[in-house]
Ligand binder design. Structure first.
Ligand SMILES: NC(=O)c1ccc[n+]([C@@H]2O[C@H](COP(=O)([O-])OP(=O)(O)OC[C@H]3O[C@@H](n4cnc5c(N)ncnc54)[C@H](O)[C@@H]3O)[C@@H](O)[C@H]2O)c1
Length: 337
């Protein structure tokens, strides 16, 4: 039985507390948050103790921690937790800064404890089935990947200001999805972005609508479209054109009823947002972590995957600023220098 400490008691921590307690292989021992009231409330809800982060990390009876705190704390907490001998599942992104995330990799390599990054969409049954069909050769060789990822409504501008921006906060999932499906990093990133949904997002120095093109060494292409607003719900689709066919992962709908009348044919909207769409994915993500830690096997999504996605976010942000295509190698090298 994996004994777990949960760091953070905010929005996504509640989702993870559900997954940890529902899994037969893990038990939630304690929850921490700089907001002690939030920690006490979440801990009580799941029959766990509220503690400080240090008390969790110093408890030898705790095997693993799940880091669900604000993004700017992730690298520090990954380093502290692995230094204290814990296995870690940390929410995305690894950090707001690529250079800091790379420094974290060095520390983790020294500490020698497993770290998984929470790219939950890899565990979505639709996207994982698409990837499995590709790997079985069912559409031949991949050529053109299209990822659509629209949120139903933008977050408050106060959130935007600390989020790291659309590429690090939101499109990071899609960069990882591209890396996951294509099985390689692209060589260049070309991005355009605008603040057409809310000019206040532009005033805060961010974009709310963006299109990114990734090009690969062997000639493949991926296109990612993001918007912070889709009035009909959470639009999450992946389409992959290959040499022998096409794979499409469609939206999850609120229900499957299709109404056909003389007026036309209509159906339900997509589910509202990530809590509605991805609950099975969060549970499967946690199950994969528990299985890998228990078997001392390789993590299914690694810290390196987290850094690779962050490098693409960094390149996209640079491309929007410069109006030029950015080489991924130059971003990684530049951040290292
Ligand atoms: N994978 C996903 O689908 C997904 C969805 C939402 C959020 N996230 C990620 O999860 C993280 C948290 O997002 P959220 O929406 O839950 O935010 P949130 O603001 O609701 O929760 C963050 C919590 O962390 C606490 N906190 C901050 N610094 C801390 C510290 N040093 N020690 C302990 N607690 C601390 C805050 O008090 C807050 O309660 C972010 O990095 C975000 O990018 C991932």
């Amino acid at each position: 039985m994996l004994k777990v400490g949960l760091l953070g008691a905010g929005r996504i921590a509640g989702v993870h507390a559900t997954a940890i307690t529902a899994n037969r292989g893990s038990t939630l021992v304690a929850v921490s948050d700089i907001n002690a009231e939030a920690a006490a409330k979440l801990a009580a809800q799941y029959g766990a103790e509220a503690r400080t982060t240090d008390a969790i990390l110093n408890d030898p009876a705790i095997d693993a921690v799940l880091i669900a705190t604000s993004t700017d704390t992730h690298s520090d907490l990954i380093e502290k937790a692995t230094g204290a001998g814990k296995a870690v599942l940390c929410e995305k992104p690894v950090d707001l800064s690529l250079a800091r995330a790379q420094a974290c990799q060095t520390v983790v390599a020294k500490n020698g404890k497993p770290v998984m990054i929470g790219f939950n969409r890899r565990f979505d049954p639709n996207f994982s089935a698409l990837k499995a069909a590709l790997d079985r050769g069912e559409i031949g060789k991949a050529a053109l990947l299209s990822i659509t990822s629209f949120d139903p409504a933008p977050p408050p501008v106060a959130y935007i200001k600390v989020s790291g921006g659309l590429f690090r906060d939101m499109m990071i999932h899609d960069f990882d999805m591209a890396n996951f499906i294509m099985g390689a990093a692209p060589v260049s990133v070309s991005a355009v972005g605008t603040s057409i949904v809310d000019p206040a997002i532009g005033d805060a120095g961010d974009v709310d609508t963006a299109v990114v093109t990734l090009t690969y060494a062997d000639g493949r292409i991926a296109v990612i479209k993001n918007s912070r607003r889709a009035v009909y719900g959470y639009d999450q689709r992946v389409e992959l054109l290959g040499s022998d066919g096409l794979l499409q992962a469609q939206n999850m709908l609120e229900n499957t009823v299709v109404k056909s009348t003389t007026a036309g044919v209509t159906g339900a909207k997509p589910t509202y947002f990530f809590l509605e769409r991805y609950m099975p994915a969060y549970a499967a993500e946690w199950a994969a972590f528990v299985t890998a830690v228990s078997a001392r096997a390789a993590m299914p999504v690694t810290l390196e995957d987290g850094v690779a996605a962050l490098a693409l976010a960094e390149a996209a942000a640079l491309s929007v600023k410069s109006g030029e295509s950015v080489s991924v190698r130059s971003v990684i090298g530049w951040m290292n220098s």
